[in-house]
Design a protein around this ligand. Structure first.
Ligand code: AMP
Length: 233
């Protein structure tokens, strides 16, 4: 069996990385690894990791590397090479990118592609301010009627997830103050990761200011490009 693809979905908060990761992981049969989801499900279960991470998440700042990196690398390394993985929300600074690269190179399993989902800042603020997420499966929903067609069909007004029936809530870090901080952190600490992957020839940029389906089609096109190259190797 061919090796699974090893992808990173990169982009600012609210770019739609989680939504695209969910769609892709079903299609590619690759394991989705989302750092934000890992922290939030730990918080739901009130584990020490979840409680510690939430102190940082609620302020819109990064959870320290010494907490984050080991958790992610453990998950990445447990994925069978046939399966592949999609990282959502990691790496978020060049140090994390270096740690990931080192771990993958040791196993001769380098990344295949990093997809940068680009969305203008004013669109991000609008999306995050009007977002609800499912407590159970983390699917996002848009509060504003105008955005309803962009998200999976939820039961409006009942605040239940259309996919699993879970309760919808507003994330503590989707408040205006936390959103402003998250975008600032993205600019200062996360954007330099783009250069890290650019010089390695791994970066593909797609326009993310569009419907979920159109963005997904662009993402798939980039993946097909690398899949063909990989099949020939
Ligand atoms: P997300 O769900 O990707 O928007 O992440 C929510 C929050 O989780 C971020 O604002 C950070 O506080 C934390 N977080 C997620 N991924 C990372 C990471 N790779 N490094 C540090 N903190 C992270």
């Amino acid at each position: 069996m061919a090796e699974g693809l090893r992808l990173v979905l990169f982009g600012p908060p609210g770019a739609g990385k989680g939504t695209q990761t969910r769609l892709l992981s079903g299609h590619l049969k690759a394991q989705a690894i989302s750092t934000g989801d890992i922290f939030r499900s730990n918080l739901e279960q009130k584990t020490p990791l979840g409680l510690r991470a939430s102190e940082y998440m609620n302020q819109g700042i990064l959870v320290p590397d010494e907490v984050t990196i080991d958790i992610v690398l453990d998950k990445v390394m447990s994925v069978h090479s046939d399966e592949g993985f999609i990282l959502d929300g990691f790496p978020r600074n060049p140090f994390q990118a270096g740690a990931l690269e080192q771990a993958l190179v040791l196993r001769s399993r380098p990344l295949d592609l990093v997809i940068f989902i680009d969305v203008p800042e004013e669109e991000l603020v609008k999306r995050l301010g009007g977002r609800l997420v499912c407590r159970n499966c983390q699917a996002p929903y848009t509060l504003a009627a105008a955005g309803q067609t962009e998200t999976p069909a939820g039961e409006r007004g009942k605040e239940k997830c259309g996919q699993c029936g879970g309760e919808l809530y507003q994330r503590a870090d989707d408040t205006p103050i936390a959103v402003t901080k998250r975008i600032e952190v993205y600019h200062d600490q996360t954007l330099p990761v783009l250069d890290f992957y650019q010089v390695r020839g791994l970066l593909a940029k797609v326009d993310g200011a569009d419907t979920v389906q159109n963005v997904y089609n662009r993402v798939l096109k980039e993946i097909q490009r690398v899949s063909k190259t990989k099949d020939r190797e």
